[in-house]
Design a protein around this ligand. Structure first.
Ligand code: SF4
Ligand code: SF4
Length: 246
């Protein structure tokens, strides 16, 4: 199963016809931007993203082919190495700016709006998922995911200031509204359930590789990385991505 580029194009057309991108932007506009010291700690890993949000970002980058071609090797590299090495979100540039700021996903927009308790609850869930992945990779493939990746935590930010925090109920209602949009793509069979819960970098990876192919490459790259550090398989895979057209 692959997220074919022609299906991405069809999904964008469908989203435009149904006014979904405007609806998404309206939801984003409900979230008040805050002020902070821009330390980038909250961008030290990538985020989960709805399909409509991936389409919104893809559409934005498609109109900026130079930026797309600059970002895509970083994005794909992140996908293949995220379980062996802690690295910042690939959309963060070297000056600490988000390269897709105008179209950044909901999770990034809501980061500072959560209470400390909610932030820690989310971490507990992520930690549980990470531990499950660690056990799965260990038992199925004999690959060890380093403990610093399993336990990695973005600390709660006490420096973010905003006049009006989005309350839990309001945030849930935004997610529900996006989910309604998301369901339309499933009903139209433009995506299938295999793609549920996909992260932002994974959407991009699946536009280049079949799900199984991506999984097989990931195992080979992780094994090679564990044994030798640098990675010939990864370089081959990145070349394929760079040679491919947008
Ligand atoms: S919200 Fe907090 S963690 Fe994120 S960049 Fe601003 S100060 Fe840093
Ligand atoms: S998409 Fe942008 S805001 Fe979100 S984590 Fe990445 S760099 Fe940070």
């Amino acid at each position: 199963m692959r997220l074919l580029k022609k299906n991405i194009e069809k999904s964008i057309e469908y989203g435009e016809e149904k006014n979904f991108f405007n609806k998404l932007n309206k939801i984003y506009e409900e979230i008040q931007g805050g002020e902070c010291r821009g330390c980038t700690s909250c961008c030290m890993e990538s985020v989960n993203t709805f399909y409509i949000e991936f389409l919104n970002i893809y559409k934005h980058l498609k109109n900026r082919p130079e930026l797309y071609m600059k970002l895509i090797p970083k994005v794909i590299e992140y996908y293949f190495l995220e379980l062996v090495e802690n690295r910042p979100c690939p959309f963060l540039d070297k000056d600490g700016r988000c390269t897709i700021y105008e179209v950044r996903p909901l999770t990034c927009r809501l980061f500072g709006h959560l209470s400390e308790r909610e932030h820690n609850e989310n971490y507990k869930n992520v930690l549980e998922e990470n531990r499950e992945s660690r056990d799965y990779f260990r038992e199925e493939y004999g690959i060890e995911i380093p403990e610093e990746i399993v336990n990695y935590k973005i600390e709660y930010c006490k420096e973010f200031k905003v006049d009006k925090r989005a309350k839990k109920q309001e945030r849930q209602s935004m997610i529900d509204d996006i989910f309604v949009i998301e369901s339309s793509f499933f009903m139209k069979e433009l995506i299938t359930e295999e793609f549920l819960g996909t992260g932002l970098v994974s959407w991009f990876a699946y536009s280049y590789f079949d799900l199984d192919e991506a999984g097989d490459y990931r195992l080979d790259i992780m094994r090679e990385y564990a044994e030798q550090g640098k990675n010939a398989i990864l370089e081959k895979v990145l070349k394929k991505v760079i040679d491919d057209k947008l």
